[in-house]
Structures are given as structure tokens and as C-alpha cells.
Write a protein that binds this ligand. Structure first.
Ligand code: SF4
Ligand code: SF4
Length: 275
């Protein structure tokens, strides 16, 4: 007997997945937004369903970016996601449903990304097609509960599972706070649509510096986005704090509003960066 959707969700949640969504592989053809070679059926022709798993990034740690603490959270989320996806793929395969997973971060190191900024498979589009959020100005998936502060991974299976509904109303308000505060100036507005043009190379080059300092990745566009109920939960609703951050810390590194973030940045990474 075929395994049920509920059983898959339960298994993934018991392993630690917080968000679980299901997209039929046909959705990539239906939407036509992703180049042919990057669609699930081109990568593995047996694919019938893509199961997308997500775990949240905890906002107060992200707020310390760029820092070793955020680096550790980011690396841990990647390890967790790859383990979740691997274990779910093996579980389904053992149940008689051939499955594989695509790793969270499919690149050798940051220098590779400068030359080749596109991954073999986009978990962003997978999350959109699995009904977990909409793609915002910053090219990230915005989820109702966690905004862009979710990391995703994908399992491909030959099992047909009832798909989740794609969210059609954009969660992004196009406030452009992410553009304003991006340290590499990577975003350029397109009048005709929500999603910005993105200079991925500029973003990657900034990450080379952060990587050398052991405070990678940047994550500012994720930190400052006002979308997400997690802001209320963490009592971090004052977006103007971000807007004034650079100027305030430059004027006074001991400014009490920012002291806790500066404190973390001063430990565990190379250099004396405080912003
Ligand atoms: S910060 Fe504003 S423009 Fe950027 S993704 Fe979030 S809602 Fe959209
Ligand atoms: S990660 Fe940082 S540098 Fe890259 S686009 Fe986002 S804010 Fe800009």
C-alpha cells in the first residue's frame, strides 16, 4: 500500500522539519519560469513529486550578522536540512518509492559562486511551487510565518502525492528596505514586477570578504524584511532600528540600542568589523 501524505509529513516533522510542502514535477512546466535543464524531470526523469522541507532561521541570531553566531546557525541549518532530506529520501525508498534529495548548498566554496552564481536546482522555486511562500523583491521565498527567514531543501520522489496549493497573493510589499540596506547594492528595481534585478556577482564578492573573516553569510536582506509573524514572537518589530544601524554604530560603537549585536560581532571572527 502506498504511503500517505500525512505519514510523510509526520515523518519529516518528527525529524525536525518545520515546514513541509508538496509540488508535482509538472508545475515547473506549467509555470515555465525555470530553464528546462533546472527542472526536476530533467535532473531526475523519475520525479513525480518534489517534497520541500523548511527550517526557520531564528531572528535574534540573524540580527547579529555579520557574526560567527549567525555563521554557526546557518551551517547548522544546512546540515540539519541535508540530514532531513537524506533520511526522508531513504525512508521513502525503503517503502518502495524511489527517492533522492538535492543538497541544500550545491557549491564548492564562495569563490565558485563568484564565477558561477547559479545552483543546479533552485529550492526557492521548489518552495514556491510547494505552496510555502511567494518569491519577493530580494529573490527569497517569503513565508507567512517566518518571512524570508526559512532555509529549504528538496526531496524528489517517484511517488504521486496530492499537491499543496500555490500562494498567488504576493507577500512582498515592495518596500525596498532590503535594497536600501544591502551592503553590496545588489538590487535594482524593475517597475513592471515585484522581483528585483539582482547582481549576484556583487553579492558573492561581498561574501568572499565575509568568508575570509569567518562571518559568512551576509543575510541582511533576510534580517531586515518586515514580513513574517516571527517579528512579533521575538519582539523585534522596530524596522527603523535597522535603518539607523550603520549611522548609529559608526557614530557611537557603544550605542546601547546596538550594543548586543556589536558585542557578538567583536568575538570569534577576524578583523574589527562592528557593522
Ligand atoms: S524587505 Fe520589502 S521589498 Fe524586500 S523582500 Fe521584504 S517586503 Fe519585499
Ligand atoms: S545577502 Fe547581503 S549582499 Fe547579498 S543581496 Fe542580500 S543583503 Fe545584499
Amino acid at each position: 500500500m502506498s504511503i500517505t501524505k500525512e505519514k510523510i509529513v509526520e515523518y519529516a516533522q518528527n525529524l525536525g522539519a518545520v515546514l513541509v510542502g508538496f509540488a508535482p514535477s509538472s508545475r515547473w512546466d506549467e509555470y515555465g519560469e525555470v530553464a528546462d535543464a533546472y527542472r526536476p524531470n530533467e535532473i531526475w526523469p523519475e520525479t513525480k513529486t518534489v517534497i520541500v522541507l523548511g527550517v526557520p532561521i531564528l531572528l535574534p541570531i540573524l540580527e547579529t550578522t555579520p557574526s560567527i553566531n549567525y555563521l554557526e546557525q546557518y551551517d547548522t541549518s544546512n546540515i540539519l536540512l541535508d540530514q532531513l532530506a537524506y533520511r526522508l529520501a531513504v525512508f521513502l525508498t525503503e517503502q518502495g518509492h524511489a527517492s533522492i534529495f538535492l543538497p541544500r548548498d550545491g557549491y564548492g566554496d564562495i569563490h565558485v559562486l563568484v564565477d558561477k552564481p547559479v545552483a543546479a536546482f533552485s529550492h526557492v522555486f521548489a518552495a514556491k511551487y510547494a505552496g510555502l511562500g511567494t518569491i519577493g523583491y530580494s529573490h527569497m521565498v517569503l513565508n507567512e510565518k517566518y518571512g524570508p527567514r526559512v532555509r529549504y531543501v528538496s526531496v524528489f520522489t517517484n511517488l504521486e502525492v496530492e499537491p499543496d496549493v500555490v500562494i498567488t497573493k504576493d507577500l512582498c510589499t515592495k518596500c525596498e528596505i532590503c535594497k536600501k540596506l544591502c551592503p553590496s547594492g545588489a538590487f535594482t528595481t524593475r517597475e513592471d514586477q515585484i522581483i528585483a534585478d539582482m547582481n549576484k556577482q556583487a553579492c558573492s564578492e561581498y561574501h568572499v570578504t565575509l568568508c575570509e573573516e569567518h562571518r559568512y553569510p551576509c543575510g541582511v536582506c533576510s534580517k531586515v524584511c518586515p514580513i513574517g509573524q516571527d517579528r512579533k514572537l521575538f519582539n523585534s518589530k522596530n524596522i527603523s532600528l535597522y535603518l539607523k544601524e550603520r549611522e548609529a554604530i559608526t557614530q557611537d560603537p557603544n550605542d546601547p540600542e546596538y550594543a548586543r549585536w556589536v558585542h557578538v560581532r567583536q568575538h570569534g571572527s577576524k578583523g574589527n568589523r562592528i557593522i
